[in-house]
Design a binder for this molecule. Sequence first.
Ligand SMILES: NC(=O)c1ccc[n+]([C@@H]2O[C@H](COP(=O)([O-])OP(=O)(O)OC[C@H]3O[C@@H](n4cnc5c(N)ncnc54)[C@H](O)[C@@H]3O)[C@@H](O)[C@H]2O)c1
Ligand SMILES: O=C(O)C(=O)C[C@@H](O)[C@H](O)[C@H](O)COP(=O)(O)O
Ligand SMILES: [Zn+2]
Length: 367
Amino acid sequence: MRTLQVDLGERSYPIYIGGGLLSEAGEYFERHQLAKKSPVLIVTDDNVGPLYLSKVETSLQDAGYHTVSKVVKAGEKSKSLEVFEEIMTVAIQSGLDRHSVVVALGGGVVGDLAGFVAASYMRGVKFVQMPTTILAHDSSVGGKVAVNHRLAKNMIGAFHQPEMVLYDVDSLQTLPIRDVRSGLSEMIKHGLIWDKEFTDWCREHTEKLLALDPETLGYGLTQGCRVKAQVVSTDELEHGLRAILNLGHTIGHALEATGGYGQFLHGEAISIGMAAAARIAVNRGRDRSLYSDTKELLEGFGLPTTLPVEMNEDDIIAAMMHDKKFKENQIIFVLPVVIGEVEIVSDVTLTDVRRVIRELKEEGQHV
Ligand SMILES: NC(=O)c1ccc[n+]([C@@H]2O[C@H](COP(=O)([O-])OP(=O)(O)OC[C@H]3O[C@@H](n4cnc5c(N)ncnc54)[C@H](O)[C@@H]3O)[C@@H](O)[C@H]2O)c1
Ligand SMILES: O=C(O)C(=O)C[C@@H](O)[C@H](O)[C@H](O)COP(=O)(O)O
Ligand SMILES: [Zn+2]
């Protein structure tokens, strides 16, 4: 078992990473002195629920906790105000009080959704993250919680840090391969923004990571969480440095919204966005290898790096202009400088973006 710490003064919390942790949920709740008299609400989805909900319920109940659960439909479309309201209804009807804990058992969708419930219910109750996807090594750390609006991703949300992250890596063995690849996209991002050595390690361990080799995966997730924890501990509310975690997200989020939150998985959209960012950097004068190396790395993991030709350029631009990263008529972009280092710029023009959209569509036709 590995433990990392997110250092945020009185809001600091540990990330526990290891096997079998879901069955020990009750002990971890006791260790963190979470209240026993108030109901615990476990939010999960209809893929994760049948696999892992009873494990968590049994462990918490054995430790003397009273649990209620809400199972939402799996997928990004559940990150909506409608589903948020449904969970609120369960919380109120089940008598959750100010000492209650909301548990997110699942991937980033459940984490962001349940986290936003925890941030808002009675103006904020305690929250525990139990991530079950590779991608959630990113989403479960850092306290960004949100639901989507039809027009833009993560538009309605808050910063609400969990009490702890209980990451049972055994649960990852049941992930579908498309979600494995999607999650590894954010792991690669953590290398690309912060650590060339880790990026090289990811490239060298491509096969083992895709095969979910427990040792390799455990190390990769720990390194990814370490980068995330360091960045968040330096800049919790994204006044500066934290924006580097948005590499690939300026275009990526626009692709998710344009695709109706169903065409691309988050990690797939971010993969295309990271390839686009590298291409823009090269178009602005950086070494050509920055783009070719990034593209090769992502494609090695079976991730997309080109755009479907039928995607409408104007729709992508319109979605980008609704994003949080568009302000005062400027688009905020995270661009690579070299592998392992990025810069935050605000002088990428719409012409630059239109050019890269056309280039990535063109590349797609050559595959
Ligand atoms: N808050 C943040 O800092 C942050 C960071 C990155 C991503 N995100 C958000 O995370 C979301 C994507 O997260 P995700 O990729 O985990 O998506 P997800 O939660 O939809 O999970 C992916 C799929 O895997 C299934 N699943 C989950 N765990 C499983 C398991 N152990 N076995 C079998 N199936 C399992 C789910 O039911 C779902 O179908 C996006 O909404 C994104 O915006 C948030
Ligand atoms: O934690 C962060 O900060 C991130 O940017 C991590 C991203 O991977 C994640 O997708 C996040 O939800 C994006 O946040 P947003 O503020 O751009 O919506
Ligand atoms: Zn992301």
